[in-house]
Design a protein around this ligand. Structure first.
Ligand code: SF4
Length: 321
């Protein structure tokens, strides 16, 4: 439905895809040590880490790895089992408040967290600063913006002179948001507008932000395939450090990066290529036999494109390129 010349590219917005190899490896190490039950979200289960290892393979080797739907399921498990339970907490500002809320509410002493929460605005700024990809405007994420509001994007829009629109998830939301970006470009405006106004306010969810502020502080974060982005990750503040699973089990992040051979997830995450430009796309790498994280997660660009039968540009654009 989009006119010729207008391209919409996926960015680093899939939490499973951007979680670093070293964090997945740390979770695997804790699980394999058998000192704790490891809980995580379903998509993270199959994500490959070093030398093809994954939490699923760790489970096959006898580690106690369980899939949960929320951190509260993990806390309940810790209360029920009475043994050490570690929750692998991934996600952006969308899930970080739930991690914070559980810790504020009070968790048993046998519960701890691998905090892998990341922040979206620093990643947007990083992409713009890198200059690798020519971005004319941003369709800002609806869920994240429901928490943080539209305000944090304002300095970025101003500094880099880019139109930004916070969009919703329905097809009409997406089309309306793209139209709003195009109108800003036509009028020479670089503002932050909210299309998803039924959920997003400029100030965001004040209570959720307060929870995050109390429990976390920003630190530099390693994004899979992208590298370290300053102040893009969250870590536990001093009063909550005793729930840090890495400290409790004396596990250090190795920062050893390993992308599977031929996998171009890093370029997909940066919007440099479309998924079908990866040589492994829909051949060696499929949602059932994923090689990179972008094909594992239901939020991954490769997974989505394959699921919808996109074989190449002709399916994606309905254009002769
Ligand atoms: Fe990575 Fe597979 Fe996507 Fe290639 S097709 S970029 S290997 S997830």
């Amino acid at each position: 439905m989009l006119p010729r010349g207008l391209e919409v590219r996926s960015g680093p917005g899939c939490p499973v895809c951007v979680t670093s190899v070293s964090e997945v490896q740390a979770a695997i190490e804790i699980a394999l040590s058998r000192k704790a039950v490891l809980t995580t979200y379903g998509d993270m289960f199959r994500v490959p880490a070093l030398r093809g290892m994954s939490l699923m393979k760790a489970k096959a080797k006898g580690a106690d790895v369980r899939i949960v739907y929320s951190i509260s399921d993990s806390v309940k498990l810790a209360e029920k089992l009475g043994v050490e339970v570690v929750h692998f907490a991934i996600g952006f500002e969308t899930t970080a408040p739930t991690t914070a809320a559980e810790l504020i509410r009070g968790v048993p002493e046998n519960f701890s967290v691998i905090v892998s929460h990341r922040l979206i605005p620093p990643a947007m700024e990083y992409l713009l600063k890198s200059g690798d990809v020519a971005i004319d405007g941003f369709l800002c994420p609806g869920h994240v913006s429901t928490i943080i509001g539209s305000e944090p994007y304002e300095p970025i829009a101003k500094a880099f002179k880019k139109p930004m629109v916070v969009g919703g998830f329905e097809p009409l939301d997406v089309l309306a948001s793209i139209l709003m970006i195009l109108e800003q470009m036509r009028d020479g405006r670089c503002e932050v507008e909210i299309e998803y106004s039924r959920s997003v306010k400029r100030e965001g969810n004040v209570k959720a932000k307060r929870f995050m502020e109390e429990v976390f502080e920003p630190c530099d974060g390693d994004w899979r395939g992208i590298g370290v982005i300053p102040s893009s990750k969250l870590r536990l503040r001093e009063g909550y450090e005793r729930f840090d699973a890495l400290k409790r089990f004396d596990v250090e992040l190795s920062f050893e990066e390993e992308m599977p051979r031929g996998c171009r997830c890093a370029d997909v995450l940066k919007g440099l290529i479309y998924p079908w430009e990866c040589p492994l796309y829909n051949k060696a790498c499929t949602p059932l036999t994923p090689i990179g994280p972008c094909a594992v997660s239901v939020e991954g660009a490769c997974h989505i494109a394959m699921k919808h039968g996109v074989k190449g540009p002709e399916d994606a654009f309905n254009l002769e390129l």
